[in-house]
Ligand binder design. Structure first.
Ligand code: G3P
Length: 226
């Protein structure tokens, strides 16, 4: 599964509205909107929902986290091999709600790369984003933690974080796609993020907790090339 940009990545997190059968329902909306509007939409799922969704829809599916443990005598971890077998094409790494030590981030990116899994590494600031760019994940999503879940979009409240992050990440590596996230709920939030240089957005509650998730995805899709 190839990824194209600009990308809308919907992180389902552990919301009940996006778990189990609900995860499949929203993933189906994402596939429909992706087809109807030519928008690139990916979803990031809990481990137990990956196979259910990849078996039913043809959009890129990411794990929300993977552990760098190698196959063997380890208990209770989610290995990159397991999510790849379930049909995932990549993983989020170091999300603000699941932070990792830098050495573990490095190991995780290397393990995913060795298996052909894409990595969307998350950063809480443009400086952390710049540091992570040296590890050359496929994407870096910069998200100010205080805006996550707030409904106040990073593109409105802190547009400089987006423009500074894009510049900082690209100053280290042109191979890393800069994304942004936190508080994004409207098409205008998406289009302004793209105008500021982001090559995609990482969103969650604006879609998952919406009364009409498909309508929000359509609004986002239209905004990608506005
Ligand atoms: O992974 C994206 C997420 O952290 C942003 O959350 O609810 O502000 O879109 P939200």
């Amino acid at each position: 599964m190839s990824i194209q940009y600009p990308l809308i990545m919907v992180n389902f997190k552990t919301y009940s509205e996006s778990t189990g059968a609900n995860a499949l329902a929203i993933a189906r909306y994402a596939e429909q909107v992706s087809k109807e509007y030519g928008a690139r939409i990916a979803v990031a799922l809990q481990p137990a929902d990956i196979l259910r969704v990849t078996a039913a829809v043809g959009i890129p599916v990411f794990a929300q986290h993977v552990d760098a443990e190698k196959p063997g005598s380890h208990t209770g971890y989610v290995t990159p091999e397991s999510v790849k077998e379930a049909g995932a094409c990549g993983a989020l790494v170091n999300h603000s709600e699941h932070r990792l030590r830098l050495d573990i981030i490095e190991d995780t990116i290397k393990r995913c790369r060795s298996l052909g899994l894409l990595t969307c590494t998350c950063a809480n600031s443009s400086l952390v984003g710049k540091s992570l760019a040296a590890l050359e994940p496929d994407m870096i999503a910069v998200e100010p933690p205080e805006l996550i879940g707030s409904g106040i979009s990073v593109s409105k409240a802190k547009p400089e974080v987006i423009s500074e992050s894009v510049k900082a990440i690209r100053s280290v590596s042109r191979n890393v796609r800069p994304l942004c996230g936190a508080g994004i709920t409207t098409g205008e939030d998406v289009s302004s993020s793209i105008r500021l240089g982001a090559e995609g957005v990482l969103v969650a509650s604006g879609v998952v907790k919406a009364k009409d998730p498909k309508a929000v995805l359509i609004d986002f899709a239209k905004a990608l090339h506005a």
